[in-house]
Design a protein around this ligand. Structure first.
Ligand code: SF4
Length: 360
């Protein structure tokens, strides 16, 4: 196994891929790596600097914490302020600044905020604290949504009445369409996310190739994976074709994971969601279906959400659309650092600004 995995870091294989990328190079090429994990992988392995002249790798909207709108962060903070509520969340969310506070500041002020590694941990906390309401903050793409759906379904089976979810999950294709359709951004091809695609497969992206003529390649996360995905995209651009291809066959089936998709579909329906930097997109969010409505934290607790204010000078929205690189933000490294993050792209381990800060 270890020997197999080492092939994905093999310098000779990588060199061949780089030669192919240069052989297929076209002027004015913008390839967007959609996924935050790809952004970190590209930065860590120095792939950006290996691109031919005229080819730019732009980061996209694939960091779930980063694309969560300020208004949603403010709602989570308001939920944490409801008396006797325990808010459970993944670690990155605690440091994301809302309009005037963050979960970390709320925790310092005495609110009960706990970091968990799975929504099932939140269920266990609810069982152990029957007198208190336990809210799980559901942020993420299709990689985390099925697990949250399982937790909600299990809570219903157990008759657990003190568990609820703030559902801020998102799905990717609608946001990609908003970016592709923006003539100012001129994205030539998409490096599509490997782990989201293990759930949804290749089909949901196909309209991007067919309607907009923009090719995409679903790509893994090791250096050779990344270079292979880029080489396949460059080849399509060179040959004037536009297809959705899979360069991550060891993880992704064209049809995705039917069990996970059915689990999401049983518990959640799609709805409009607001993305930081992009705005509201119809069908890009998830809400609990009527039979699970009792687990909707906002409907249950009616939190008092303060008016939302955007962070002055923060350009996360432009970074998330690929309109600017993180180091073009005037606050980058001067005011905004991982110790003192102004926006979510500097907080999250998958954020573009954090990756630029660490590796460039
Ligand atoms: Fe926002 Fe900081 Fe990134 Fe600028 S560097 S876009 S302020 S997170």
């Amino acid at each position: 196994m270890e020997q197999q995995l080492s092939r994905f870091k093999d310098p000779a294989l990588a060199r061949r891929m780089i030669e192919a990328i240069h052989a297929f190079a076209q002027p004015d090429t913008v390839l967007m790596e959609v996924c935050g994990t790809h952004t970190v992988s590209i930065a860590r392995s120095g792939i950006r600097a290996l691109m031919p002249a005229g080819t730019r790798l732009a980061s996209g909207p694939g960091c779930p914490v980063c694309v969560t709108a300020n208004s949603d962060i403010d709602t989570v903070i308001a939920l944490a302020r409801v008396p006797e509520v325990i808010v459970t969340t993944f670690g990155d969310m605690t440091r994301v600044p809302g309009s005037t506070s963050s979960l970390l500041k709320e925790q310092a002020a005495g609110r009960d905020i706990r970091i968990v590694y799975s929504p099932l941990d939140a269920l266990a906390i609810a069982q152990a604290n029957p007198q208190r309401e336990v809210v799980f903050v559901g942020v993420g793409f299709e990689t985390t949504t099925p697990l949250v759906a399982v937790a909600v379904r299990r809570a219903k089976q157990m008759g657990l009445r003190n568990f609820s979810v703030f559902a801020a999950h998102k799905n990717m294709p609608g946001a990609l369409e908003a970016i592709i359709a923006d003539p100012a951004l001129k994205v030539s091809g998409l490096i599509l996310p490997g782990h989201v695609s293990t759930i949804i497969g290749a089909e949901p992206y196909r309209f991007i190739a067919e309607r907009y003529g923009v090719p995409g390649v679903i790509t893994g996360f090791e250096p050779v994976d990344m270079l292979q995905g880029i080489a396949m995209l460059m080849r399509q651009l060179h040959e004037g074709t536009s297809q959705i291809q899979i360069a991550y066959a060891r993880g992704v089936m064209p049809e995705g994971n039917p069990v996970a998709k059915a689990t999401i579909d049983e518990v959640f329906d799609t709805c409009a969601a607001t993305w930081r930097g992009i705005g509201p997109i119809e069908g890009s969010g998830y809400r609990l279906r009527d039979q699970y409505a009792a687990f909707d934290a906002v409907a249950k607790l009616q939190p008092q959400v303060e008016p939302t204010r955007e962070h002055r000078g923060c350009r996360c929205g432009d970074v998330l659309r690929g309109a600017m690189a993180p180091d073009e933000c005037p606050l980058f490294r001067k005011v905004c650092t991982p110790e003192n993050p102004v926006g979510p792209c500097m907080v999250s381990s998958e954020g573009s600004c954090a990756a630029y800060f660490r590796y460039y």
